[in-house]
Ligand binder design. Structure first.
Ligand SMILES: NC(=O)c1ccc[n+]([C@@H]2O[C@H](COP(=O)([O-])OP(=O)(O)OC[C@H]3O[C@@H](n4cnc5c(N)ncnc54)[C@H](O)[C@@H]3O)[C@@H](O)[C@H]2O)c1
Length: 248
């Protein structure tokens, strides 16, 4: 099945974890994908099997010119843009009392400001698409809290507010805007923590499915939101967390 046949996508944070799995899945489902990640980070897309294709593009999403450069590249290579998957993100674990301005600003720059700036740059092309989509990766931490995550939680909560407002503003153009809220997923961001069995076990047990998530668990939800199946879904935040947030 090719659920994204003919669709043109940008996926940020595409060299690892959720972004990599999504770029692969989108291409397997027929999309042409511009895979954006930081300069110097290795892309590994050898196993692309399917009708789509992936073009890597080394860009730091926080660079002032990055959004326009990515959108221009998609336009030049694919002739337009249908899907923007704003997924690049960084973690940070510092208690608020000790957090520097620089640490705060860096988390906001990647996890929130770049999400806004990429969306703004993509709007002119997305509104020309018959099925424009913006998908923003938030987190269950957008609605939760944990020690040391003030900057991260604030940024991810901001992503939800941005998502809802963009959905409102772009609805008349037929563009849907939704957020993903992954739970505990085994990726580059969490690999070191989950390498400690006691940490991995705690997070696996928090999920009612009793396991950590895999990048493909979240990529499958991104595919749904990108596909025609989600054409009447907008302004929503969809948790892909194995039920981690069911219990309070
Ligand atoms: N792993 C989890 O448990 C989890 C849970 C909730 C939300 N998330 C979110 O999922 C998204 C993807 O993260 P992941 O878990 O796949 O982690 P990951 O570290 O495997 O992937 C993140 C990718 O983003 C890239 N990136 C970071 N800063 C960048 C920048 N300035 N410019 C370009 N690329 C940049 C990294 O190089 C990396 O390839 C993030 O937004 C993260 O906050 C992850």
């Amino acid at each position: 099945m090719t659920r994204l046949a003919g669709r043109r996508a940008i996926v940020t944070g595409a060299a690892s974890g959720i972004g990599q799995a999504s770029a692969l899945l989108f291409a397997q489902q027929g999309a042409e994908v511009l895979a954006v990640d930081r300069p110097g980070v290795a892309f590994a897309f050898d196993e692309v099997a399917g009708p789509g294709r992936i073009l890597p593009l080394a860009l730091d999403v926080t660079d002032e010119a990055a959004p326009e450069a990515a959108v221009a590249a998609a336009n030049a290579q694919f002739g337009g843009l249908d899907i923007l998957f704003n997924n690049a993100g960084v973690g940070a674990s510092v208690l608020a009392a000790q957090m520097s301005d620089e640490a705060w600003d860096q988390v906001q720059a990647v996890n929130l400001r770049a999400v806004f700036r990429f969306a703004r740059a993509a709007i002119p092309l997305l509104i020309k698409s018959p099925a424009g989509r913006i998908i923003n990766t938030a987190s269950v931490m957008a609605q939760g809290a944990d020690y040391g995550l003030a900057a991260y939680c604030a940024a991810k909560a901001g992503v939800l507010g941005l998502t809802r407002t963009l959905a409102l503003e772009l609805g008349r153009h037929g563009v849907t805007v939704n957020a993903l809220m992954p739970g505990a997923i085994l990726t580059g961001m969490t690999r070191d923590s989950f390498a400690r069995p006691e940490v991995a076990e705690v997070w696996a047990r928090k999920s009612v499915l009793r396991r950590l998530g895999e990048p493909r668990d979240v990529a499958a939800v991104a595919l749904f939101l990108a596909s025609d199946d989600a054409g009447f879904v907008t302004g929503q935040a969809l948790a892909a967390d194995g039920g981690l947030t069911l219990r309070i």
